[in-house]
Design a protein around this ligand. Structure first.
Ligand SMILES: Cc1cc2nc3c(=O)[nH]c(=O)nc-3n(C[C@H](O)[C@H](O)[C@H](O)COP(=O)(O)OP(=O)(O)OC[C@H]3O[C@@H](n4cnc5c(N)ncnc54)[C@H](O)[C@@H]3O)c2cc1C
Length: 479
């Protein structure tokens, strides 16, 4: 079979492009080397839907961030993804930063983003825990927080529900043009496609270089974080940013959609695109920078540290467009921050400005933009919950005690078109294992549920990637 479009990469860019393409009569396939959608940078970030005040005016980053931000409320409603427009507050702690704050307000205006300069007193009123020496702030009400895990997975689920083929666990090894089609070789098979879209994150320069010499580089820029337990409301009410620098938007303090707090990220160049380690000196620096803005962050509530690698392009802007040699190869390359915030607009831009120039797009009559809704028992009243449990007792069986995740929710995820294939994939969808004990109690139950569902031995269930099987042998067989 010849596919109309083959997308390399099921991160947030590839998944939302696939979803957009699934609204047309096209044969589309997405290939990703990971065993889940959104398993690389799209799950390891700050999850901020930036307002768009910061990118350099006139860049793709500025244009697509501002457009993308406006698309989030409807997108997240359709995809059943938690999104809250809590606003961001960029704070000046030193006198000489006040001028930089005003410059940022001018830049915001140029980018078409509504902001408000605040006095020190106004900042303190909005954020009682801010450094009392604060000198002023810039409020951007349109910024928000989103669940980055479900954003990508649900986008891909929507694409698959609307006819897209998804092949996970296959690495693209080579791409060659043969007449009018591209031949894409993977670790498992060979595919033909009229159009290839390269959405391969930190490897997007490598994928591009499979068809022509590339005059830019995508380098990993690591960001390390702390995650705090969800212990109390109101540590911060907005996304708190320092003033941006050449290193990016800086170390932020924010609540997350699940009521935890996130502190980070650092910004370090890395030669190893796979290195996701965290280290004490870097985290100490994150801690120092964050406490300068919010002195009372309770670091004794940290339940996890993690890191993500930004796919940073040497061009300083997203690389989106046709390859030089051929307009049937479309790059969506170097999508660093604000890539998540821009992602819905990136998908529209890629399809409307590039795919439409080389393929005829006929709208599908039976396209369904909205997903089948998930049931969240913790959002129900006691009566509603009792009625639900009466109908389906699985919704009364708690598997993850920290996050109160029920067997019913887990079974629902396993019944969907992009089911979780690993403990981590299930964790990203349901939060089972995300709490204080980090899976200490629920992991054995989760492994058993996955093994029963896929009808395999528990020793086959992976924590995450290949080789991460958890149960090596029965305890009594251990040497
Ligand atoms: C520390 C940090 C903080 C960030 N904070 C924010 C933020 O708050 N707001 C925001 O808007 N943005 C943020 N970002 C940026 C955002 O996360 C990225 O822009 C976005 O996730 C990029 O998505 P992507 O789909 O382009 O790439 P990815 O998510 O990396 O997806 C690329 C996919 O391609 C696959 N792939 C690669 N090579 C191959 C191959 N050979 N064969 C098959 N598959 C392949 C990978 O497995 C991967 O799944 C942050 C990023 C980081 C690292």
């Amino acid at each position: 079979m010849i596919f109309d479009v083959l997308i390399v990469g099921a991160g947030v860019s590839g998944s939302l492009i696939a979803r957009k393409l699934s609204s047309y009569d096209l044969k589309t396939i997405v290939i990703d080397k990971e065993n889940d959608a959104g398993n690389v940078t799209s799950m390891a970030n700050s999850a901020i839907v930036h307002s768009g005040y910061d990118p350099v005016p006139g860049t793709l980053k500025a244009k697509l961030n501002v457009q993308g931000n406006k698309m989030f409320p409807k997108l997240c409603e359709d995809l059943d993804v938690h999104f809250e427009q809590i606003g961001s507050l960029t704070v000046a702690i030193y006198d000489d930063q006040i001028k930089l704050l005003s410059d940022l307000a001018i830049r915001s205006k140029e980018n078409g983003v509504e902001v408000k300069l605040l006095s020190a007193e106004e900042v303190k009123k909005l954020e009682p825990n801010i450094n009392p020496n604060v000198k002023g702030g810039l409020l951007a009400p349109s910024a928000g927080i989103v669940n980055p895990f479900t954003l990508t997975v649900h986008a891909m689920e929507s694409a698959v529900d609307n006819g897209v083929t998804l092949h996970l666990g296959e690495e693209v090894l080579s791409i060659k043009k043969d007449g009018d089609v591209y031949v894409v070789k993977t670790t498992k098979d060979e595919y033909q496609a009229k159009v290839v879209i390269n959405a391969a994150g930190v490897y997007s320069d490598k994928i591009h270089s499979m068809i022509e010499p590339v005059d830019y580089k995508v380098t990993a820029r690591k960001g390390e974080y702390f995650v705090l337990d969800h212990y109390k409301e109101g540590l911060v009410n907005h996304v708190i940013f320092p003033l941006p620098s050449e290193k990016g938007k800086g170390i932020l303090v924010s609540k997350t959609t699940s009521g935890n707090y996130i502190v980070g990220p650092s910004s370090e160049w890395s030669d190893d695109k796979e290195d996701l380690s965290t280290d004490k000196p870097t985290l100490d620096a994150v801690r120092k920078a964050a406490t300068e803005m919010v002195p009372s962050i309770p670091f004794n509530q940290v339940i996890r540290t993690f890191s993500g690698n930004r796919p940073t392009p040497s061009t300083h802007d997203f690389v989106i467009g046709f390859a030089k040699k051929d307009n049937h190869f479309i790059n969506v390359s170097g999508i660093e921050s604000p890539g998540l915030a821009s992602s819905p607009a990136i998908a529209e831009y890629v399809v409307n400005e590039f795919v439409s120039k080389v393929l005829s797009l006929k709208e599908k009559k039976d396209y369904k933009p909205a997903l089948r809704k998930r049931i969240n028992p913790s959002k129900l009243s006691v009566n509603e919950r009792n009625a639900l449990i009466k109908k389906d007792p699985d919704y009364g069986e708690i598997i993850c005690n920290c996050e109160k995740v029920t067997l019913g929710e887990i079974k629902d995820e396993l019944s969907r078109s992009v089911p979780p294939m690993s403990v981590k994939a299930l964790k990203k969808r349901t939060r089972a294992g995300f709490g204080k004990c980090q899976g200490g109690f629920c992991q054995p139950l989760v492994i058993k549920i996955l093994a029963e569902h896929f009808n395999v031995d528990m020793s086959k269930i992976k924590l995450d990637k290949d080789g991460s099987e958890i149960c090596k042998y029965l305890t009594k067989e251990a040497k």
